[in-house]
Design a protein around this ligand. Structure first.
Ligand SMILES: [Fe+2]
Length: 295
């Protein structure tokens, strides 16, 4: 079975076939996948019916698993999965869909907004790997936007303007955008904003990209409304149809993406029905910019 990589969008994203992610992979295959994710930023693997352990083992080929602490409001006793897995389902511990007004569900609705995973962490995530164990019957597509192409398409003046800008990212901003503002003092402290460069350069390819996310809610040195209006403009530009690949899930798809080069969002689906999606995340190598010293 030879590994093959087929482009599924003119600018980015590819479907990888001829590989079984449940078995142990050779160094050559991993090297090919690394090169493919650097180049295409989103990789789709079909028909990968993985256990959590197999998904974790595959993820570990690409680096350390990110610690999920500080990225959600669920209490430890509410967790359904191994702490190395991020539960992107709409399910409670008993496997039933969360009720409409469940706080965890409302918090998770933030995933409907364009974002880059963990951009609210001082060290933002490198890769995310999302496994579709039980997919939505209708809707629930995951859309990806190519932030390199978005950067390349900026006019020279805007490119110069964004070059040195630094944003503040926090879950408080993305949830606040949906009116989810009731956070405890503890949660507010946990979601304290972090700084991120607005333009980042991919360490392997040298390509620049816009590091946007709905978690971004301020630009250092800018009045807040002006910053948010500008970030909205940039996001609108960056997510225009030419830069977007919409992934229509089939059961047991595994989609891997590079958070340094893309944004993504999930589209609406019927949350009365179970949808079981499980994510593993590869931690980033370091911050995009130094953080201020904690007071
Ligand atoms: Fe996400």
């Amino acid at each position: 079975m030879a590994l093959s990589i087929r482009k599924i969008h003119p600018g980015f994203a590819a479907e990888v076939s001829g590989i079984d992610l449940a078995r142990s992979l050779g160094a050559g295959e991993i090297a090919e996948l690394r090169a493919a994710i650097d180049d295409r930023a989103v990789l789709v693997f079909r028909e990968q019916d993985l256990t959590d352990e197999q998904q974790i083992a595959f993820t570990r080929h690409f680096g350390e698993i990110e610690n999920s602490a500080g990225g959600h409001i669920a209490k430890p006793e509410q967790n359904r999965l191994d702490p190395r897995m991020i539960d992107v389902s709409n399910l409670d511990r008993g496997g039933a869909p969360l009720s409409r007004d469940d706080r965890r569900r409302l918090f998770n609705l933030g995933n409907r907004l364009w974002h880059s995973d963990s951009s609210y962490r001082a060290v933002p995530a490198k890769y995310s790997l999302l496994s579709g164990r039980l997919i939505a019957r209708r809707g629930g597509d995951t859309e990806f936007a190519d932030m390199r192409a978005a950067y390349d398409a900026l006019d020279a003046e805007t490119r110069a303007e964004v070059e040195a800008l630094v944003c503040e990212h926090s879950l408080i901003y993305s949830r606040g955008a949906l009116g989810f503002t009731e956070l405890s003092a503890e949660e507010r402290a946990m979601f304290r904003p972090v700084r991120q460069r607005l333009v980042r350069t991919h360490p392997q390819t040298g390509r620049k990209s816009l590091f946007l996310s709905s978690h971004a809610g301020a630009i250092l040195g800018w009045p807040v409304p002006e910053a948010r209006a500008f970030l909205r403009d940039l996001t609108e530009h960056a997510t225009s149809p030419a830069f977007v690949y919409a992934h229509r899930w089939r059961p047991f798809d595994l989609v891997m993406w590079d958070n340094r080069q893309t944004m993504h969002r999930v589209r609406r689906f019927d949350e009365k029905e179970p949808r079981d999606m499980r994510r593993t995340t590869v931690a980033g190598d370091g911050p995009t910019i130094e953080q201020p010293q904690a007071a």
